[in-house]
Write a protein that binds this ligand. Structure first.
Ligand code: FAD
Length: 245
């Protein structure tokens, strides 16, 4: 947990990196519904490992942008990649501040009132500065993105050529100044609404893979590998929001 001086300034120290908790600063301290906040790395990593899309916010030439991206996690680093000449990559490579967020939606919460209706979710916000990776670090980090999205695929797919690697920028964002927020469970209706003749409850939601569709230009008779036939994200959603099997 951060010290008071850090909370005041948003400053961070390298020794925090080894902590079991991410750094809570004035910027990442959850204000609204603070009881839903989590700062332990275990929770943060579980969310990051189950999800696979992040939204990266940054300012480019004075305008704010938020772009969806795939990502990977290497220990306490979030790995992003993209075309070297892309707007995000070229800006990030220059060392600008970013805010990355990841969200898992576990359910829709139907309260008796629209006011108390909500969403069950697990989300992470990371603030920091991404650095450009080169050489072997870059190749390994790129592998982490592939394995995050498609576990098992690296062993089968053709590796990137030197030219392909040159066209790809890979960035590493420390999972350091961050926060997680979780809402779970039933609606929190007002006592005065409990006798209303209106259904209330949760509709669980989850991402499920369908059956693989073989590419029409396949020239060889190769069946879909196990990791494609039985694709699933690690974790099965929040305990209270699990879909019945
Ligand atoms: C799927 C989904 C739908 C949502 N829908 C709405 C909506 O319609 N309206 C609405 O007002 N809010 C919604 N929220 C909650 C929203 O993300 C904010 O938590 C909330 O709006 C409070 O914002 P704030 O600016 O007061 O945050 P503060 O609590 O003041 O934010 C301070 C810091 O807390 C951390 N933080 C805040 N929110 C989150 C979060 N969700 N995950 C991780 N860290 C966080 C960040 O580090 C942030 O910098 C939704 C969240 C999710 C995941």
């Amino acid at each position: 947990m951060a010290h008071e001086s850090e909370l005041a300034t948003g400053a961070s120290t390298p020794e925090n990196m080894a902590d079991k908790e991410v750094l809570k600063t004035a910027r990442t301290e959850i204000g609204r519904r603070s009881s839903r906040g989590r700062y332990d790395r275990e929770t943060v990593y579980q969310i990051l490992d189950e999800a696979w899309i992040c939204h990266v916010g940054f300012v480019f030439h004075g305008s704010p942008f938020v772009l969806p991206m795939a990502y990977g996690r290497q220990g306490d680093q979030l790995v992003l990649h993209g075309a070297v000449n892309g707007r995000l990559m070229s800006s990030l490579a220059g060392g600008i501040d970013v805010c990355a967020e990841v969200t898992l939606v576990d359910g829709l919460v139907f309260a008796r009132s629209t006011f108390h209706s909500s969403v069950n979710y697990r989300s992470v916000v990371i603030l920091g500065r991404a650095v450009l990776l080169e050489g072997e670090e870059k190749v390994e980090a790129l592998g982490a993105v592939v394995e995050h999205l498609m576990p098992g695929r690296s062993a089968d797919a053709r590796p990137s050529t030197v030219q392909e690697l040159r066209a790809t920028a890979v960035l590493s964002l420390p999972i350091h100044e961050a926060s997680a927020k979780i809402r779970s469970g039933p609606p929190g209706d007002a006592e005065k609404d409990l006798d209303l003749p209106i259904w209330a409850g949760v509709v669980p939601l989850e991402t499920r893979a369908g059956a693989p569709i073989t590419a029409p230009d396949m020239r060889l008779q190769i069946g879909a590998p196990e990791y494609a036939r039985h694709y699933r994200r690690p974790g099965r959603g929040h305990e209270e929001d699990r879909l019945p099997i």
